[in-house]
Design a protein around this ligand. Structure first.
Ligand SMILES: N[C@@H](CCC(=O)N[C@@H](CS)C(=O)NCC(=O)O)C(=O)O
Length: 209
């Protein structure tokens, strides 16, 4: 059975998984669905979120889990280093991006993307969280030129679609131009945007806009 990615092209998590499958040259289908709480969908994605991945053995939710599953299929090049500690460092980067950048920034997605103005108190909390998240990313990541060093890894795709939106949140909701003020951030986003996989995702997003 061909793997099916369920979700929508303006979901950043969806696009992390999609970009990685494109990079690996995998054959997959896309199934358009919005996040929802219908009982039928909750059987596929228990929190009603997107993406979820339909495999011959059943459904998977959670982007980090999907990335590991896709890697374990051993189709195309692995974007994890072979050495186990180096592999754990890539996973550490992904977890860091999720917990300390994507999730805090997401608290202001309503304000920035969906017209639901946030209270100043929330903005203040998110600003503190993102300052800490970005500062610690500078310690954890090498940006040489990729997040984990000289080799492209799964973390770079997580980065592209989490940090890309977080910098928009910084600018629009927090009046903070993190993209130009923080070192390294823009260079890696630009480098990722040169990849065909990312360009395909941008084209699909434009088509669906
Ligand atoms: N932890 C989930 C998060 C996925 C997520 O938050 N997806 C968003 C779309 S980008 C969503 O479905 N939001 C709807 C909701 O939270 O109910 C993952 O890693 O895949």
């Amino acid at each position: 059975m061909t793997i099916k990615l369920h979700g929508m092209t303006y979901s950043n998590y969806y696009n992390m998984v999609k970009a990685i499958m494109i990079e690996k040259g995998m054959d997959f289908e896309e199934v358009h669905v919005l996040p929802n709480q219908e009982s039928e969908f909750l059987l596929k994605s228990p929190m009603g979120k997107v993406p979820c991945l339909e495999t011959e053995d059943g459904f998977l939710s959670e982007t980090g889990v999907m990335i590991d599953y896709i890697d374990s299929l051993k189709i195309g090049p692995s974007l994890y280093p072979e050495q186990l500690f180096a592999q754990a460092k890539v996973k550490e980067l992904i977890r860091h991006l999720e917990l300390y950048i994507e999730l805090p920034a997401r608290r202001l997605y309503g304000d920035v993307f969906f017209g639901n103005p946030a209270m100043d108190e929330l903005k203040g909390q998110v600003k503190l969280q993102l300052e800490k998240g970005f500062a610690s990313l500078q310690h954890l990541a090498s940006f040489d030129p990729y997040l984990a060093g000289k080799e492209l890894s799964y973390a770079d795709f997580y980065y592209r679609f989490s940090v890309g939106l977080a910098t928009i949140v910084c600018k629009k909701a927090l009046n903070w131009n993190a993209l130009s003020e923080l070192p390294n951030i823009k260079g890696l986003l630009d480098l990722m945007d040169e990849r065909e996989s990312i360009q395909k995702i941008q084209a699909d997003q434009a088509r669906d806009a």
